[in-house]
Design a protein around this ligand. Structure first.
Ligand code: COA
Length: 164
C-alpha cells in the first residue's frame, strides 16, 4: 500500500466508470472464486451507466483507481432523502490495508454533503469481513433476505447521517 501513497479520494466522473467496473469484476472474482470477472464486470458497467447519487473513487499516486463506491438513489420517504450503497470495492492486492474504511467514511461524507439523510445496503450474509467494516462504521442491521437473482442470503444495513 505504501508504494501507492499518496492515495487521493475524490468524487468520481463518468470517465471513471470503466475502471471501476473492471475493479469490481476483479474484487468479486477474488471473493467468489470460480466466478468470471468479465461477466461480473459486464453487469457492473450496466449499474455504473445508470443514474448515481454519488461515485467516490480512490486513486494511487500514478492516478490508477484502486477502490471505489457507488451510491444510487432510493425512493425517498418524503422526509429523508436516502441512497443505497450499491458497490464498495478495493483492489484485491491491497485489501486489509484500511482503504475500505477510508472510502466508506468518504462516501458517508459525500452523501451528507449532498443532503442525504439515510443510507442503506445489502451485503452477503457470508461476507463477514465486509459486515464487520459496516458495523465498525456504525451501520445497524435492518433486515435479512435473499437476492432475487442468485438466491444467496443477504443482510441489510442502514445508517442515519447527522445533518450539517
Ligand atoms: C469489503 C472491502 C471493500 C473492504 O476493503 P478493505 O480495504 O479490505 O477494508 P479495510 O482494510 O478498511 O478493513 C476494515 C475492516 O473490515 C474487515 N474486513 C474487510 N475485509 C476483510 C476480509 N477480506 N477478511 C477479513 N476481514 C475483513 C476487517 O474487520 C477490517 O477491520 P480490521 O482492520 O480491524 O481487522 C474489500 O474487502 C472488497 O473489495 N471486497 C470485495 C467486494 C465486496 O465484497 N464488497 C462489499 C459488498 S458491497
Amino acid at each position: 500500500m505504501d508504494r501507492l501513497e499518496p492515495v487521493t479520494i475524490r468524487a468520481g466522473k463518468p470517465d471513471d466508470s470503466a475502471a471501476c467496473a473492471q475493479l469490481w469484476g476483479a474484487a468479486i472474482a477474488h471473493r467468489d472464486v470460480g466466478r468470471s470477472a468479465e461477466e461480473i464486470e459486464g453487469r457492473a458497467i450496466g449499474k455504473l451507466g445508470r443514474e448515481w447519487a454519488a461515485l467516490v473513487v480512490a486513486s494511487a499516486n500514478d492516478g490508477h483507481i484502486i477502490g471505489f463506491s457507488l451510491l444510487v438513489p432510493e425512493d425517498n420517504d418524503q422526509s429523508v432523502r436516502s441512497a443505497h450503497l450499491s458497490m464498495l470495492a478495493v483492489a484485491p492486492d491491497i485489501q486489509g490495508s484500511g482503504l475500505g474504511t477510508r472510502l466508506l467514511a468518504a462516501t458517508q461524507d459525500e452523501a451528507r454533503a449532498k443532503g442525504i439523510g439515510q443510507l442503506t445496503l445489502r451485503v452477503l450474509t457470508a461476507n463477514t469481513g465486509a459486515r464487520r467494516l459496516y458495523e465498525a462504521a456504525g451501520w445497524f442491521l435492518s433486515g435479512q433476505g435473499r437476492f432475487e437473482d442468485t438466491g444467496r442470503a443477504f443482510t441489510g444495513y442502514a445508517l442515519t447521517l447527522a445533518g450539517p
